[in-house]
Structure formats: C-alpha cells, structure tokens
Design a protein around this ligand. Structure first.
Ligand code: 5GP
Ligand code: ZN
Length: 124
C-alpha cells in the first residue's frame, strides 16, 4: 500500500519522540525532508555537525527494518546532508546504534551524521 511508506498514522506511534518530530508536533531544526524521511539537528550535538536522519514510519531498530529501498534512501540522505553541511571533503561518520549494548536511547531508527571534527576509533 502506497500510504504505508509516507508517514500515515498507522505507521506511527503516538508517544514516540521521533514520530512526533516527523509529524511536526515537537519542534526540531529540520535540515532536510523527503516523502519518507526527515533530517534534523541532534539536541545534544557530539560535533560541529550532528544531524539525525529518520524514516517517517516508526521502525524501532535497524534490526526490525526490512525495507531495503528505504534503508538505501536513508543512507543516501545521510550522504547528501554531509555534502550540504560542507563536511564531505574532510570526512564524516554515519552511525546507527542498535539496542542497549549499541547505545540506542530512542527506539525509532535513526542515522547519526557526524562531522566537523576528527573522531577516534574504536568508539567508547
Ligand atoms: P541514540 O543514543 O538512540 O543513538 O541517539 C539518540 C539521539 O537523539 C541522541 O543523540 C540525542 O541527543 C537525540 N535526541 C533525543 N531526544 C531528542 C529530541 O527531542 N530532539 C532532538 N533534536 N534530538 C534528540
Ligand atoms: Zn517513532
């Protein structure tokens, strides 16, 4: 069904922070939007650039995601944001935290796009 990938209510959770941002119920500094994804600045940035890319649909974790085309569009949006933010040349990091050991604190799939400083590896 076409509507299922376009943020229709049945794909959303009433009390999820990121669903609420996607619906415009909670303010966020939105930097980019598409039919099925939204990108906005992280409230607690870990670098000069820290943008979150989310699907409009409520998908709790990467582990529950099965829409390969949507996942591809989220990655490409992350790449486009790095370009727009001027961090593509020097490099940037795209992160998906999954579950408790992965450090996921918001149960709505999101990609972190981080840049503007040098990140270390391995992460803490
Ligand atoms: P996680 O730890 O789940 O991978 O990342 C969640 C991210 O969401 C954190 O970096 C946190 O700062 C950010 N965050 C949590 N609540 C809000 C919010 O209400 N607005 C925005 N813009 N970011 C949020
Ligand atoms: Zn949600």
């Amino acid at each position: 069904m076409e509507g299922q990938h376009q943020g229709q209510p049945q794909d959303q959770q009433a009390d999820c922070i990121f669903c609420r941002i996607a619906r415009g119920e909670i303010p966020a500094q939105v930097v980019h939007e598409s039919a099925d994804a939204v990108a906005f600045r992280d409230l607690n940035p870990q670098g000069p650039t820290h943008v979150l890319v989310i699907p409009r649909r409520h998908i709790p974790q990467l582990h529950q995601a099965d829409d390969a085309a949507l996942l591809g569009r989220l990655l490409l949006m992350a790449r486009d944001i790095a370009e727009r933010e001027g961090i593509a040349t020097r490099g940037y990091r795209v992160v998906i935290n999954n579950g408790p050991d992965g450090g996921q604190s918001v149960d709505h799939l999101h990609l972190h796009v981080l840049g503007g400083r040098r990140f270390t590896w391995p992460p803490g």
